[in-house]
Ligand binder design. Structure first.
Ligand code: DAR
Length: 340
């Protein structure tokens, strides 16, 4: 691949920061697992509408290709390499934001994790993906009390079971075109599966964009209950699994937008009045560094004025800080909706 392979119209961060000098310095480099620059940027080359355009194939990618990852991370997260990322998952006890359920339809908090010593999903072999899945299933079997549940392997589920889980939004689909071009869909649905607690408030996606997507959710606005459940699960999984983590960049993930806490904490909130005042909503989200996504997630449309609003920053902020900021921002948004 040559630098000219990048479409002129591409507006991605990787296109912006991949100078001729950096390309020359990195084009023949590879990580110990054989991951190359060409593989890392293939998604951005094939999808000119990429926002970021680069994925890591293993933890070492962030070091081997640091001349490219560092400026992309610095611009996206506003975080320079000199700082150290800190974690803080102490218990929260905040009152429900919307106890009558007038606006907030659901609260969902997730983190991404990748296991040390395994290539990330865009670069892992099928046998190693199988080994990884078995390791994760074992760790999930030690979850206790309200976190107990079942693992559903995509390969072993019949069509009826898959449709049943899809209807309840408890299953993930094959990756989008960005993830596909990165190689994240290799061998799909092989070694993919979802763990779901019996009370349906806790899930783990295995081998989606990252090795694990650990998700706590409720059809309420009780952000403390959702957050504390996630933290209890992390404490248990940390005992059985060793995650790829860096002093500076925190938890390492396939996409550099998710490093650090790798936490996306958000709500589905119905805002019929603010839907007609998009600038006001946009300014409030800007003020609290919140991101608006469509009703069905990233790059989808808003339906019935239901917005997916979540934290944008994942690095250089603690988990506790993410939740407190989201809480303040949502209070301001609900107040603005009531005042209109
Ligand atoms: N679609 C890719 C990744 C953006 C962030 N979303 C993730 N990682 N799911 C892009 O470069 O736009």
């Amino acid at each position: 691949m040559s630098l000219s392979a990048f479409p002129q119209e591409s507006g991605s961060l990787v296109k912006k920061h991949l100078s001729r000098e950096i390309y020359k310095a990195l084009e023949h480099k590879q990580t110990c697992s054989g991951f190359t620059l060409a593989k890392a940027i293939n998604s951005g080359v094939k999808n000119p509408d990429s926002a970021i355009g680069i994925y890591a194939g293993d933890a070492q990618s962030y070091d081997t290709f640091s001349q490219l990852f560092d400026p992309v991370i610095s611009e996206y997260h506003g975080f320079s390499k000199g700082k150290k990322h800190k974690s803080d998952i102490t218990k929260l006890d905040l009152p429900s934001l919307d106890p009558e359920g007038k606006f907030i339809r659901s609260t969902r908090i997730r983190v991404a994790r990748n296991l040390n010593g395994f290539c990330f999903p865009c670069h892992i072999s099928l046998p190693r993906r199988k080994e990884l899945e078995n390791k994760i299933i074992t760790a999930l079997s030690f979850l206790k009390k309200d976190l107990k549940g079942n693992y559903f392997s995509f390969e072993q589920m019949d069509k009826k079971k898959i449709q049943q889980l899809e209807k309840k939004n408890l299953i993930f689909k094959k990756g989008d075109r960005f993830q596909d071009a990165a190689g994240i869909n290799s061998d799909f649905p092989g070694c993919r599966g979802v763990f779901c607690s019996f009370n349906k408030k806790f899930m783990v996606w295995v081998n989606e964009e990252d090795h694990l997507r650990i998700i706590s959710l409720e059809k309420t606005s009780d952000i403390s209950s959702v957050y504390n459940r996630l933290c209890r699960a992390l404490m248990s999984l940390n005992r059985g699994l060793e995650f790829a983590r860096d002093e500076t960049y925190g938890y390492l993930t396939s996409c550099p937008t998710n490093i650090g806490t790798s936490m996306r904490a958000g709500v589905h909130i119905q805002l019929e009045k603010l839907e007609q005042e998009k600038d006001l909503l946009g300014n409030l989200c800007l003020e609290y560094n919140l991101q608006i996504r469509g009703t069905l997630g990233e790059k989808t449309k808003i339906k019935n004025a239901v917005f997916d609003i979540s934290n944008r920053q994942r690095l250089g902020v603690t988990e506790h800080g993410i939740i407190s900021n989201l809480y303040q921002g949502l209070m301001a948004i609900i107040k603005a909706e009531k005042n209109l």
